[in-house]
Design a protein around this ligand. Structure first.
Ligand code: G6Q
Length: 547
């Protein structure tokens, strides 16, 4: 399915874009807007209630035409079809990539290795719904007969970031008499702080791990069992206080969790694409099965939009192409994601994994070293806090940072005129970045001439504004899927495997080697480089000193 794609830098559209870029680099957004008074309307695409204003980007109709041509020449259409057909597009792991099946409605058919996976997906969703209702209703009792009041998800990476983000994003819809915590880090502080004020008799642990072998998660899971049994005394308590989300029933059973309390998913669900699978169990317990299904529906609507909408009106495609434009032609190294919505406070962290683990690759699908840039660095914070900190650099620094502003028209917590002020700030920031303030304008205000350069904003700093009606579970689903498919679009153009993550392996292996060296005095056996050896020695010394 990836055969016969011409290498990126040899595609006709790429070459045309290279020739086109110098012209655009000289153009200022001020001029683009003056020359086309309807630019803002023309360049706002709407789909599924998402308004995507891309007018404040440094492009013309010609740029867009060439980018769309690049998408065609890159075989994006056939890559999309291959994903939805369940082909093994994760070539290095020989796996299908079917997070879209997790949100496919009942009745749809998606076949993997000769089997329709949609009924399996719904069977697990039904099992999750049943369990969630029992926990939420106080019907699921702990070992001592007390109902569950606290839910702790133990997982890391894709088995943590999605659940945390979704819980925070949809907290407004959550059952408030339940407490949710998330333990991911191997740093004992994470576990200690998450449990310090909780009663084990009222606490449920969800051990979330696709493999059920991840060092951090299994260490935290064993600590959790010790912690729980310290209060609950008897090992039969595990059945009431531990459930597992995994693809590995053997390891789950070995840990001591009854596999009837295991929620299954499949190898065709990548970790960072798994928040809609049973990995979302904590989300479902928090917001309830109906809201969870509404979220899945939002994802599915965006999936269908991505699959069927013509590229020129396809939001994830447009967004992905803009990212390529800045990454590969303007040389942008980073993208700032700026949600003007407090509930999305973990959204940038979630996107960091989604985007950077997916597209931080240096070889193409066939193993050839790329001769162009791939995935940019993602970072961000909710507005307006960032405005009083790092926005200075975005406005007046020497770095070129495209921004995504995300905002909702209706507040979930209406409070005086807070929301209008919030949104005014989002719009003002995008406006200031695009149009800036010329030295003439600064002078005209009576600014002394020595101060003029300091108070001048050159502008021409691009941004997208993504505006939705209200942060609902459905809206969250649409928004996350928008980014997922934008990442897909970029990966297809760069011809990389957006679904593997070999880059996390080496550090894991080396850590395993160092662990015993930190406790046992194997001086003569320290065979690392001199820096690592020295650090190990210093660590041992300091450790003993504090003991
Ligand atoms: C995500 C990655 C990675 C993974 C974690 C946890 O795409 O694969 O972040 O989710 O390493 O893995 P387990 O779920 O197997 O514990």
């Amino acid at each position: 399915m990836t055969a016969h794609i011409v290498p990126l830098t040899q595609r006709a559209a790429w070459k045309a874009l290279e020739a086109h870029y110098p012209k655009i680099r000289e153009l200022h957004l001020r001029k683009l807007f003056v020359d086309d008074p309807k630019r803002g309307e023309r360049m706002t695409a709407e789909a599924l209630g998402i308004y995507f204003d891309y007018s404040k980007n440094r492009l013309t109709d010609e740029t867009l035409k060439l980018l769309l041509q690049l998408a065609e020449e890159s075989g994006l259409r056939s890559r999309i079809d291959a994903m939805f057909r369940g082909e093994k597009i994760n070539v290095t792991e020989q796996r299908a990539v079917l997070h879209v099946a997790l949100r496919a409605p009942k009745g749809q058919t998606i076949v993997v290795d000769g089997e329709d996976v949609v009924p399996q997906v719904h069977a697990v969703l039904d099992k999750m719904a049943d369990f969630s209702r029992r926990v939420r209703g106080g019907e699921w009792k702990g070992h001592t007969g007390k109902p569950i009041r606290n839910v702790i998800n133990v997982g890391i990476g894709g088995s943590d970031l999605g659940p945390v983000m979704a819980y925070e994003a949809l907290r407004h819809y959550s059952q408030r008499d339940l407490t949710f915590r998330f333990v991911s880090n191997i740093d004992g502080t994470d576990f200690a702080e998450a449990t310090r004020d909780l009663d084990a008799a009222e606490t449920l642990f969800i051990i979330s791990s696709k493999t059920f072998t991840t060092l951090e998660t299994m260490t935290n899971a064993h600590t959790a069992r010790v912690w729980a049994l310290k209060t609950l005394k008897h090992h039969t308590a595990v059945a009431k206080h531990f459930v597992a989300v995994s693809t590995n029933s053997e390891e789950v059973a070995k840990f001591g969790i009854d596999t009837t309390n295991m929620f299954q998913f499949w190898d065709w669900v990548g970790g960072r694409y798994s928040m809609d699978s049973a990995i979302g169990l904590s989300t479902m317990i928090a917001i309830g099965p109906e809201h969870f299904r509404a979220m899945l529906d939002g994802f599915h609507q965006m999936d269908e939009h991505f699959r069927t909408a013509p590229f020129e009106r396809n939001l994830p495609v447009l967004m992905g192409l803009l990212a390529v434009w800045y990454n590969n032609f303007f040389g942008a190294q980073t993208v700032a994601v700026l949600p003007y919505e407090k509930y999305l406070k973990r959204f940038p962290a979630y996107l960091q994994q989604l985007t950077m683990e997916s597209n931080g690759k240096h070889v193409t699908l066939d193993g050839t070293e790329v001769n162009y840039e791939t995935g940019p660095i993602f970072w961000g914070e909710p507005g307006t806090n960032g405005q009083h900190s790092f926005y200075q650099l975005i406005h007046q620094g020497t770095k070129f940072i495209p921004c995504d502003f995300i905002a909702f028209a209706q507040p979930l917590n209406p409070l005086g005129h807070h929301h209008d002020v919030l949104i005014a700030n989002a719009l003002a920031q995008a406006e200031a970045l695009a149009f800036g303030k010329t030295s003439q304008e600064v002078q005209a205000e009576g600014t002394p001439s020595w101060l003029v350069p300091h108070r001048t904003f050159e502008g021409n700093r691009p941004s997208n504004t993504i505006l939705l009606e209200r942060l609902t579970p459905t809206a969250l689903g649409k928004l996350v899927a928008l980014y997922e498919h934008s990442v897909f679009t970029q990966g297809a153009i760069w011809q990389i495997d957006s679904f593997d993550q070999w880059g996390v392996e080496l550090g894991k292996v080396l850590a395993q080697r160092i662990i015993p060296e930190l406790t046992v005095q194997t001086e003569s056996q320290l065979k690392h480089d001199s820096s690592t050896n020295t650090l190990i020695r210093i660590y041992r010394k300091l450790k003993e000193a504090s003991a």
